[in-house]
Design a binder for this molecule. Structure first.
Ligand code: HEC
Ligand code: HEC
Length: 359
């Protein structure tokens, strides 16, 4: 008796309230068929985001002996947080259209960030028409790609994200934000979640921090008379006498300018400037770590360092040489081996020698 009346007391108002609510929601709905959207209940609020506690960013690596200070960027000042984020992104296949490929696929740590192949296929299968260059010391370059068509590290990173990895930046940034650790890393580095603008800024920051030094040559420059072998010293004299340093100028062994060696039939710098005078010109590659970056030249056609040196000693692939700075010399195999020993003395330590742990 008691129980039944209690149930009555409780149930009746609930039913009443529900009935009222239904009546209320239905009221502004004159033709339900015409406006099906209005009948849908409001979506539930999103679940609270998991709180991510990040450890402090790995500090910017110490500049190794002889390494070159990167040029500062006013728009994107270098910080440890951005560099660590860029390093992580560079190795993460999540950046690609289909999750199949990371930047590092063509820029391996153990090959001074080159690929080791003559040419590589992009996401989707289209072939690159040039060899993957080293990423080390990019912070001092003033233009990017073999033909210099990209003006900044941010621009080349954005281009590679779309071109090599096939990414739609907005879709790709959203996918990164779906990973709580990434979102927290972006907020820590940029004060904002991942976006089409700050992903390339993070990659560019990584490149500014990716440096090399402490090679035998750097130690010799710093006064260690025993750092270079006898052959390397003989090779250095040959290298300087032949005018190689006119373009491969220390400390990065590049002038970052464009020269025609007559190799292959690629239009090179002409693609970027449309100036006939630039046809067949390519940015002088840095010879730092060159012993690790085979195959050589923009088209990767020289398999070994000896072959590359022999071709350069001849003044390139056409006689007479196309560039006035190229002065052909006759080097015998022993001399080529000595120049090779010298170039091997440019193999140094990298500030990012390994892949990061991915979130
Ligand atoms: C499928 C191979 C491949 C992948 C993947 C790749 N790259 Fe490259 N990268 C290349 C090639 C080839 C070049 C030279 C292109 C040219 O000069 O026309 C290059 C050049 C560059 C350069 C210019 C270096 C210089 O000396 O001017 C940068 C910077 C770079 N890549 C960054 C990236 C970033 C960032 C990613 C990921 C978003 C990436 N790359 C993914 C093949 C690749
Ligand atoms: C006129 C400027 C110039 C001079 C002088 C010069 N080089 Fe080069 N070197 C270049 C350019 C530009 C390339 C890239 C050309 C290409 O890929 O088509 C290159 C490429 C190379 C490479 C291949 C590097 C790589 O990563 O692919 C080596 C090794 C090399 N040069 C060694 C030498 C030596 C040794 C000498 C002296 C005998 C020399 N160079 C003189 C401009 C020069």
């Amino acid at each position: 008796m008691h129980v039944r009346s209690l149930v009555g007391v409780v149930v009746v108002p609930v039913v009443f309230v529900v009935a009222c609510k239904t009546a209320e929601t239905k009221k502004p709905e004159p033709a339900p068929a015409a406006q099906p959207v209005a009948a849908k209940p409001a979506p539930p609020p999103p679940p609270p985001e998991p709180k991510v506690e990040l450890p402090p960013a790995r500090p910017l690596p110490k500049a190794p002996l002889g390494s070159v200070e990167p040029k500062a960027s006013d728009d994107n000042p270098l910080t440890a947080e951005k560099a660590e984020l860029g390093w992580t992104l560079f190795f993460d296949p999540r950046l690609s259209k289909d999750g199949s490929m990371a930047c590092a696929q063509c820029h391996h740590t153990d090959k001074a960030y080159t690929s080791g192949n003559v040419m590589d296929a992009k996401v989707g299968g289209a072939m690159n028409k040039r060899n993957s260059p080293t990423m080390v010391g990019l912070g001092v370059h003033s233009s990017f790609y073999w033909d210099g068509r990209m003006p900044t590290l941010e621009a080349v990173s954005a281009a590679a994200w779309k071109g090599q990895l096939g990414a739609d930046p907005a879709v790709s940034a959203k996918a990164l934000n779906d990973v709580p650790v990434y979102k927290a890393m972006f907020v820590r580095a940029f004060g904002a979640s991942a976006s089409p603008e700050n992903v390339p800024q993070a990659l560019a920051s990584f490149f500014r921090a990716l440096n090399t030094g402490n090679s035998a040559w750097d130690k010799a420059q710093a006064g260690d008379a025993t750092a270079l072998s006898k052959d390397a010293k003989a090779g250095e004299a040959l290298f300087l006498k032949a005018g190689c340093a006119g373009c491969h100028a220390p400390p990065l062994f590049s002038d970052f300018a464009f020269h025609a060696l007559g190799i292959g039939d690629d239009a090179g710098r002409f693609d970027a400037t449309k100036d006939e005078a630039d046809r067949g010109k390519f940015k002088t590659p840095s010879l730092r770590n060159v012993a690790l970056t085979a195959p050589y030249f923009h088209d990767g056609h020289a398999k070994t360092l000896e072959e590359a040196i022999a071709l350069m000693a001849k003044g390139g692939a056409v006689t007479p040489p196309k560039d006035p700075l190229l002065k052909p010399v006759k080097w015998n195999p022993k001399q080529i081996a000595q120049v090779k020993a010298y170039l091997e003395s440019l193999t140094g330590e990298l500030t990012f020698p390994e892949a990061p742990k991915l979130p």
